[in-house]
Design a protein around this ligand. Structure first.
Ligand code: NCD
Length: 309
């Protein structure tokens, strides 16, 4: 998918196909990269953003909405604030539905792009995902990207998980148990410096303020773990890779990943976002069974293309 995402060539394998992109929660990366991935394969995108612009605001059920919209689309991507909502919607849909994030539950396509990024970053350092040492930092309770990533990494061998969070925002017991039952080591810590000192990957997350009963409650946890260049230099092994699903909360009271890391070559956050397009193109082409036709229909692009990768 890389030459297509990099605008070296174009393909129209999904010409005429329609993506229903339904985002009922704020989104920049997931919504736009799913849309771009579909467009880069030659398809058209129809977006529904916000519940108030959909008939769900008039009391329509997920069942009815899914029956209707699946008549208009070939694939649906959906994000919604309620855990289990996407599954409920999918069970009534007549076309495949991809979970773009359901509340604090799961965010599987983010985990795929994170896994792809991890594999690429550590292979440049001569390592693999087996025996990986990853420190997951921040709001592990409500962070759905973390939940899905833990599931995927658990499929590998001997991953060492360090979980750094305040006790109230620790990773749910069911996730910890599943990781351990898959044979991996889990260490829980409330100390950032300790947690980041022997890791190949730091996966930093934002306090998921929208999941708290009120803003005041969320404020208590912002800014507890802040990574910046001087902490990185003092405590991390050389070439420790820094990841974040983004958005990072750059407001002064939070700032979990400081801008002074922007020139650090081990900061992989924008390589992650670029990889989101490739991964979502791959997902669509597998789901719609066009993976084998892409190369043969490829054409060179005729415009100036900036180097992205
Ligand atoms: C994440 C999400 O929405 O769960 N962002 C994303 O999709 N890249 C993480 C977050 O919002 O903190």
């Amino acid at each position: 998918m890389q030459p297509f995402a990099n605008r070296e060539c174009v393909t129209r394998v999904l010409e005429g196909a329609i993506l229903g992109n339904m985002f009922f929660e704020p989104s920049t990366r997931t919504r736009v990269s799913f849309g771009c991935a579909w467009n880069l394969l030659g398809g058209e995108v129809r977006e529904t953003a916000e519940i108030k612009t959909s008939a769900i605001a008039k009391g329509e059920s997920f069942y009815d909405t899914a029956r209707v919209l699946s008549g208009y689309s070939d694939v649906i991507v959906m994000r919604h604030q309620t855990e289990g909502s996407v599954e409920e919607f999918a069970s009534a849909s007549r076309v495949p539905v991809i979970n773009g994030g359901d509340g604090s539950n799961e965010h599987p396509s983010q985990a795929l792009l994170d896994l792809y990024t991890i594999r690429k970053e550590v292979s440049d350092l001569g390592k693999g995902v087996d025996n990986l040492r990853i420190a997951l930092i921040g709001d592990l309770r409500f962070g759905r990207a973390v939940h899905s990533l833990c599931r995927l990494l658990s499929l590998y061998d001997s991953v060492h998980f360090t979980l750094v969070s305040p006790p109230e925002l620790s990773l749910g017991e069911e996730y910890v148990k599943a990781i351990q039952e898959a044979g991996h080591e889990v260490v829980e810590s409330t100390d950032l410096h300790d947690g980041i000192s022997h890791a190949d990957i730091l996966y930093v997350t934002r306090t998921q303020e929208e999941r708290f009963p009120n803003q005041k409650e969320a404020e208590k946890y912002k800014g507890l773990f802040r990574l910046n260049q001087s902490i990185y230099t003092e405590y991390c092994e050389p070439n420790t890779v820094i990841m974040h699903p983004l958005p990072r909360d750059s407001r002064g009271n939070a700032n979990e990943l400081d801008n002074d890391l922007n020139e650090n070559p081990n900061l992989a956050i924008f390589r992650q976002t670029d990889n989101g397009v490739l991964i979502r193109m791959a997902l669509f082409s597998l789901i719609l069974d066009v993976a084998d036709n892409i190369q043969e229909s490829a054409k060179d692009v005729g415009w100036y293309t900036a180097k992205r990768f």
